[in-house]
Design a protein around this ligand. Structure first.
Ligand SMILES: *Cc1c(COP(=O)(O)O)cnc(C)c1O
Length: 387
């Protein structure tokens, strides 16, 4: 999700400037607390591996029910580390939707493994378990690659179907690594993202639901034994005393400043998530009869990192909304299997649901500081634009 550009998208409307994501309003709320935290780091000077890193890892583990959490440099590092730790690499097939940010497929290829693209469910926009089963069977039948792992993505914040995926993974002996880069705060059956799969990677890129003021990410494990290996890979593959290399690793660390920002944002996260969910419910109510908003599987409650919906004449709708001062974004116009870097891995018959959704989808402004007047205005604007 390249939100670098979108962080500054805004439109002038009759109800004031509407931001796609409003980090300024959020900063006004927490700035004094953040300044205090930053000052504390300047005073103790432990810019790497400061005490705030431990505090953040403990806070995240407590919150999500994960057995252990490793703070890392980015969402991409958070995806690569568990793959390396498992020895997923050359000759291994990793099943992944093509309807995601490029980082997910990059992580698989950087680990040396082969991505096998799986179609999505056209309503949830997440991996289709039926198609997953078909593709596993096809890889086994072909006999060239060994099925090793599946990376479901919780697109826009909505958890994938982990109940079904866990059953398939158990039967097929696959490692489940959840890409929760967009879904921090999302829930399934009353449990939070981070505690829904054996391993979960998340990103704290500034534009995500929980964002740092720079690059950052985290990995969650349901098995505390993962901690030693993951922490070692994050620190150039060194032993616990950090003297010798005992495996291949890289610099996958989060810096201490980012941890302080995340700790202060975590303090207001639930309140912000409630606001996002209220806005999403308003959008759903106002737009479900004229558009196709993302639906969630039973028992899921999205964290609403983003609010996305499908319409027939998407490009026109987006243009009209822009003229009315409503900023939008399109995630994703091009699915990964149609991009040059991943074209070698495109399935022969394409991915029908993925390609259809990519031509119909767009995202509306989603942040906790939208006013009720702005939400009403946006809903009216979408109704006008669609008709
Ligand atoms: C943002 C994102 C990533 C990558 O996170 P970075 O912190 O930018 O490395 C990976 N997967 C998905 C689905 C994302 O949205």
């Amino acid at each position: 999700m390249n939100s670098v550009v979108n962080l500054s998208i805004a439109g002038k409307s009759a109800v004031g400037d509407i931001a796609f994501i409003d980090l300024k309003a959020q900063q006004r709320r927490i700035r004094p607390a953040i300044e205090k935290r930053l000052q504390a780091v300047l005073d103790h000077g432990r810019y790497i591996a400061g005490p705030e890193i431990d505090e953040l890892e403990e806070t995240l583990a407590e919150r999500t029910g994960a057995s252990t959490v490793i703070a890392c440099a980015s969402g991409t590092a958070a995806l690569i580390i568990p793959l390396l730790a498992r020895g997923v690499g050359q000759g291994d097939a990793v099943f992944v939707p093509a309807f995601t940010y490029n980082a997910t497929a990059n992580a698989i290829l950087l680990a040396g493994a082969t991505p096998v693209f799986v179609d999505i469910d056209a309503r949830t926009f997440n991996i289709d378990p039926k198609d997953l089963e078909h593709r596993i069977a096809a890889v086994r039948a072909e006999g060239k690659l060994q099925p090793r792992a599946v990376i479901p993505i919780d697109l826009f914040g909505s958890p994938a179907d982990y109940r079904t995926i866990a059953a398939i993974a158990a039967r097929e002996d696959l490692f489940v690594l959840s890409d929760g880069a967009q879904s921090f705060g999302g829930e399934l059956d009353g449990r939070e993202v981070g505690g829904l799969a054996p391993a979960t990677a998340t990103s704290f890129f500034p534009g995500k639901a929980l964002g740092a003021y720079g690059d950052a990410g985290a990995i969650f494990s349901m098995n505390s034994l993962d901690r030693e290996r993951w922490a070692s890979i994050r620190w150039h593959g060194t032993d616990e005393a950090r003297k010798e290399s005992v495996r291949v690793g890289f610099n996958g660390r989060m810096d201490t400043f980012q941890a302080t920002i995340l700790l202060e944002k975590l303090a207001i996260f639930n309140d912000e998530r409630d606001a996002r969910r209220r806005i999403a419910a308003d959008y759903d109510r106002a737009l479900s009869d004229i558009a196709r908003p993302q639906t969630q599987i039973e028992g899921a409650n999205s964290g609403y990192g983003y609010y996305s919906l499908c319409v027939d004449n998407r490009d026109q709708v987006v243009k009209k909304l822009k003229a009315m001062g409503v900023p939008t974004a399109i995630y994703y116009t091009t699915p990964l299997h149609l991009m040059p870097a991943f074209a070698n891995y495109a399935p022969a018959n394409g991915l029908p649901a993925t390609e259809k959704v990519a031509s119909e989808i767009f995202s509306l402004p989603m942040h906790p500081y939208l006013t009720p007047e702005q939400v009403d205005y946006i809903c009216d604007a979408v109704r006008q634009a669609v008709s």
